[in-house]
Ligand binder design. Structure first.
Ligand code: ZN
Length: 170
């Protein structure tokens, strides 16, 4: 079947940035699986894949606007190292989910919002530079890939709004 809303797609791909640097490689052994038509993947890729079928290959270059959005400097913030647990080994690239504590009005992260993911950009000094931009924000993305399998989603998958893997419900 062709890729359309309410189907589960298995694919493999390589993802490179505009410098040609490999960002991600998903191969046959562990394909990427998603439910099509639910905005589970970036818009430019979902649009590219629509209508393809198993065996089809694709190659697409996506500007940030069609991918993870532009890079926003305002999403960077310096916070005191003391805001993090003392024994935590902080290093660039670490991801945190921010759960604001509404009882703590001094919460430095409070204005950032609920359930926001942010990344450590620089650590090591008295300050830690955190960044709420997606790591791929502002990047041009180059995908090359192949459709491996397309099947109708189950009722449960449609209810949940995501695909279930072969070995596990989630
Ligand atoms: Zn589920």
């Amino acid at each position: 079947m062709r890729i359309q809303s309410d189907c589960v797609v298995h694919l493999r791909y390589t993802l490179k940035d505009d410098q040609g640097e490999l960002l991600e490689e998903v191969d046959l052994a562990e394909p990427f699986i998603y439910l099509h038509g639910y905005e589970n993947i970036i818009p430019g890729l979902e649009e590219t894949l629509d209508g393809l079928q198993p065996g089809d290959t694709f190659q697409v270059t996506l500007e940030p606007e069609e991918a993870y959005g532009p890079y926003n400097l305002q999403f960077q913030q310096r916070v005191n190292r003391a805001e993090f647990p003392e024994d935590m080994d902080l290093h660039p690239g670490m991801a945190f989910e921010l759960i604001p504590d509404h009882n703590d009005t001094n919460d430095v992260f409070g204005k950032a919002g609920t359930g926001l993911i942010f990344y450590i950009k620089e650590a090591g000094g008295d300050d830690v530079l955190i960044d709420a931009n997606h790591p791929l924000a502002g990047k041009q993305l180059n995908f090359i890939g192949e459709i491996l399998e397309v099947r109708p989603a189950t009722t449960l998958e449609k209810d949940h709004g995501h695909a279930h893997g072969p070995h596990t419900e989630h």
